[in-house]
Design a protein around this ligand. Structure first.
Ligand code: SF4
Length: 491
C-alpha cells in the first residue's frame, strides 16, 4: 500500500457505539485507548474525525450514523449473515439493501480520501464496521483500513482472513495509527519506520506512565459527562480467572501529582464525574490516602467511582474517600467461600469483605459487588452460601453484578487447569478468548454450561425477590448520579 505523498491523510476513527453519557466508562479501557490515539494524532498534527453513530445524529455523518445503527441491529440479531457476507457467501436481500445504501453514502463518509480505523470491541459492532469497510475497499481501493489495538489479541486471527484490512494492529500500541501514517504517508522520511508488515505488533510496554501524554477524552467526546481516568496499568495480583495480566503484564502506578494535573484539566473544562479505571485503587493504602488528600486539598469538588479490593482497611480511609468525593466503589468479591478467596492471594477474607461493606456503608459510599457464578466443580447447591452471605449483609449492599466463570486464555487458571480437575477441550465456539473444558471427575462441558446457567438464573431471581439491583457497576453509577440533585448531574 503506497500513499500518494501529495495527499494529506485524514483519519476517520469509527467508534463502536460509545455514548458520551454512558459508554465512556462501560468500556473505559477502549475509550482510554482511543483517547490516547487521538492525543497522539493531534500531537503529530494528523487530521482526524470521529464517526460515532450515537454522537453523530445531527452532524454531516447523520445519514451514515443511522444506517450504521440499522446495520448493527440486523447483525446483532444474526451475526452469521455478516460473516457470510464478509466471506463472499451471502445473498441476503435485506442486508444487501442496507449495504447498498451505505455504499451510496460512502462519499459523505469521506471514503474517497480517508484512512479508516476501527477498534474491535463488541462482536456485532465489529462485524458492522467490517461490512462497511469491505464496501469502502470495494469502491475506493486507495483507502487505508486499519483495525486493532489493545484487546484485539484474540481477534487477530479472525481479522487477518479479511484481505480488505490493510493493517491489523495487535496489542496496546497507542501510537499505532501515527506509526502507520509515518511509515506510509507524506511525513515519511528516512528516519521513520517503514511499515511493510500487515500485522503490526504493538505489545510494547509503557516505559513510564508518568511520561505518557495524557489521554484527552475531550478529543473523543465533545462534552462527556463522565471521564475515565487511569491511575495505574497492570495489576500486582494474578487471580486465576482474570486475563488482565495477559494484556498488560507490568504493574505501574501514576504519581498523584500527574493525576492531579489531569483532574485539574478536566475540572477546568467543567467535568465533575470521574470513573477510575484500573484494577484497584488500594494496591497500597498510603497511595489511596495521598490521592484522597490531593482531591481534598485542591478542592476538586467532584464525584468518582473506583474499584477496591476488600482487604483489611482502616475505617478512617472510608471517611477520607467520602470527603475526597468517592460516591461509589466497585468491589470484586467473586466468592464468599474462604478456600476460593485464599486462592486469590490478595489478603481478602470473608471477614475483611464484611468489614469493608460495613465501613463503606457508614461512610455513605455506595457500592456494586461482583460475584462469580458457576466455578468448576461447584454444585447446584453452591448458591446457598452466596445467598446466606447476601442476606447477612443485605443492609450494606447496594447492587450486585453476577457473571459466569470463564476459563480464559493467558490466565493462571489455564496453567493449573489440571489441578482444578479440568480437561481443556479444543474450542468449538466463535469467541477465541475462552476455552471449553470437561471436569475430569464431574460434568461434561455441556452439563457444566447447563449448571452454570441454572446457578446464574437462580441467583438473579434471588436478587430480584430481595429488591437488590443486579446492574453493571457503570449502570448503577449512572443511576446514582441521576438520583443526585439536578444541579450536580448537569453542567
Ligand atoms: S481480578 Fe482484579 S485484582 Fe485480580 S488479577 Fe484481575 S485485575 Fe487484578
Amino acid at each position: 500500500m503506497i500513499m500518494n505523498d501529495s495527499i494529506n491523510p485524514r483519519v476517520l476513527i469509527m467508534i463502536p457505539y460509545l455514548s458520551r453519557d454512558y459508554l465512556p466508562f462501560q468500556i473505559s479501557s477502549q475509550a482510554l485507548c482511543l483517547s490516547r490515539i487521538c492525543t497522539e494524532l493531534k500531537q503529530n498534527r494528523i487530521m482526524f474525525e470521529i464517526l460515532n453513530p450515537n454522537e453523530n445524529s445531527i452532524s454531516k455523518y447523520s445519514k451514515a450514523a443511522s444506517l450504521i445503527i440499522r446495520l448493527t441491529d440486523i447483525i446483532s440479531k444474526n451475526e452469521k449473515i455478516a460473516i457470510d457476507y464478509l466471506n463472499g457467501a451471502r445473498d441476503d436481500s435485506y442486508l444487501e439493501g442496507v449495504l447498498q445504501k451505505i455504499a451510496f453514502n460512502l462519499p459523505s463518509l469521506g471514503a474517497t480520501e480517508n484512512i479508516f480505523y476501527i477498534q474491535p470491541c463488541f462482536k456485532d459492532n465489529l462485524y458492522t464496521y467490517l461490512c462497511i469497510l469491505k464496501e469502502i475497499k470495494k469502491k475506493y481501493h486507495n483507502n487505508i483500513i486499519c483495525c486493532g489495538t489493545y484487546f484485539s489479541i484474540e481477534r487477530v486471527k479472525k481479522l487477518r482472513q479479511y484481505s480488505f484490512i490493510d493493517y491489523i494492529i495487535d496489542g496496546n500500541l497507542f501510537n499505532s495509527i501515527s506509526r502507520v501514517l509515518r511509515g506510509l504517508g507524506p511525513r515519511r522520511n528516512k528516519s521513520t519506520t517503514k511499515i511493510n508488515a500487515r500485522i503490526i505488533m504493538g505489545r510494547q510496554e509503557t516505559q513510564d506512565l508518568n511520561n505518557e501524554p495524557m489521554p484527552n477524552s475531550l478529543l473523543l467526546f465533545r462534552r462527556p459527562k463522565i471521564v475515565p481516568i487511569d491511575y495505574a496499568t497492570g495489576c500486582p495480583f494474578n487471580c486465576f480467572f482474570c486475563d488482565y495480566k495477559h494484556f498488560v503484564p507490568t504493574f505501574q502506578l501514576k504519581n498523584t501529582s500527574t493525576l492531579m494535573k489531569e483532574i485539574r484539566f478536566y475540572r477546568n473544562k467543567g467535568i465533575k464525574y470521574f470513573w477510575f479505571h484500573a484494577a484497584a485503587i488500594n494496591f497500597r493504602e498510603e497511595y489511596l490516602r495521598e490521592l484522597c488528600n490531593v482531591f481534598i486539598k485542591n478542592n476538586f469538588n467532584c464525584k468518582w467511582s473506583a474499584p477496591l479490593i476488600p482487604s483489611r482497611l482502616e475505617k478512617s480511609i472510608f471517611n477520607l474517600m467520602h470527603k475526597a468525593g468517592c460516591l461509589h466503589l466497585r468491589i470484586g468479591i467473586e466468592s464468599p467461600d474462604g478456600d476460593i478467596l485464599d486462592g486469590f492471594n490478595k489478603g481478602v477474607t470473608l471477614e475483611s469483605i464484611e468489614e469493608t461493606l460495613r465501613n463503606s456503608f457508614y461512610a455513605t459510599i455506595k457500592k456494586t459487588l461482583t460475584l462469580m457464578v458457576g466455578l468448576p466443580m461447584e454444585k447446584k447447591t453452591e448458591n446457598i452460601r452466596k445467598k446466606r452471605f447476601i442476606q447477612r449483609n443485605m443492609k450494606y449492599i447496594d447492587s450486585i453484578t453476577i457473571y459466569p466463570f470463564e476459563l480464559r486464555r493467558g490466565t493462571a487458571g489455564l496453567k493449573i487447569a489440571h489441578k482444578l480437575g479440568l480437561k481443556v477441550r479444543k474450542n468449538t465456539h466463535n469467541d477465541n478468548r475462552y476455552l471449553e473444558f470437561d471436569e475430569v471427575n464431574g460434568s461434561k462441558w455441556e452439563e457444566f454450561c447447563e449448571r452454570q446457567q441454572f446457578l446464574l438464573h437462580d441467583l438473579e431471581a434471588f436478587l430480584e425477590n430481595n429488591g437488590i439491583p443486579h446492574l453493571l457497576p457503570e449502570e448503577y453509577f449512572i443511576k446514582l448520579l441521576r438520583q443526585h440533585p439536578r444541579r450536580i448531574y448537569e453542567h
